[in-house]
Ligand binder design. Sequence first.
Ligand code: PHE
Length: 378
Amino acid sequence: MRSRSVFMSVLLLISLLAFSSCGKSSDAVKIAILAPMSGDVATFGQSTRDGAMMAIDEWNAKGGLLGQQIQVVVEDSQCSAEAAVSAANKVIDQDGVKFIIGEVCSSASIPISEIAMQKGVLQITPTSTNPSVTVDANGQTKSLIFRACFIDPFQGTAAAKFALGTLGAKTAAVFLDQGNDYVRGLAEFFIAAFEAGGGTVVVKESYTGDDQDFSAIISKAKDANPDILYLPDYYSTVNLIAAQAREKGMTAVFMGGDGWDSPDLDKVALEGGYFTNHYSPEDPRPVVQDFVKKYQAKYGSVPDALATLAYDAANVLLQGIEKAGVADPAAVAKIIEGGTFPVVSSEIAYDTQHNPIKAAAMLKVTGGIVKYVESIAP
Ligand code: PHE
């Protein structure tokens, strides 16, 4: 009898131990970083990974989250819808991730958001600025999807007002890739605001993501002789268009958006150009300067907006999980929705569509470097 009850107690003890250790490992917060690590916009992915990892390393050094070290999976989602879908399914189904930081590009973040909503996973994109990332086709806010950046209606309007007001522009030409959600959206928001402010869009021409030779549309724009050539694409495409346009003798001022932000931007072809961005490392606020110093010490380079917003997005997410006290996406979403998060780029609080209300920075390419011009309030 006695040996039997000892045996039963030992069994109970073993199962308790097994249960608690299994409970522990499933409690460990697993986060996926989905970003373009290769291809045309690889600097976006590298900065995003580095910024997010810096935040996660800091949390782990302080003891982790919910009493455990944070685990990270990084996947190359290539700034494309197809790669993003497989990366999202992989990290959710195989790695058991419940929280995603990413993507950078709106065309990749939108399909990820649909998978995340279906599978009950929380997504925060650091830098995808198209409105459809957080809002569905019926205008409903996606309950588990957030971002750490402003959106393109604001960015496009800020650029149009600056062109009309500060630069005194009257006419603009706009080139766009209809197949890219970010580019198409930003072009349309710029055009609407430029025309509403009294300007005229004299040329609007489309190209596709694979184009390398832009001479036909550049000739049309050159003939119209606009004050501004608006190029709301990523740096790799903007570099090609700008170099070809200058070679053909176009004299318009080039303008664009956050997609220009890269150490690989062609600052010779884009000399004199302006672009809206999320942040400037020249911002004198101590929170920005401390971050720039810390980042430089760790990685040996000045953080671009991608790195800074990834650091911010990771901190919003980790603070949200800590405040929720549990790694449950729905509970964390409620906390993030109602909270205020003092991060590097600004203090983040969400509107009803899960968009933070924040300022933009206008930057100028001048003398081979990118200089801060002014901050544009929301
Ligand atoms: N805003 C871009 C998009 O939505 C991505 C981007 C952000 C690129 C910041 C560069 C810098 O696709």
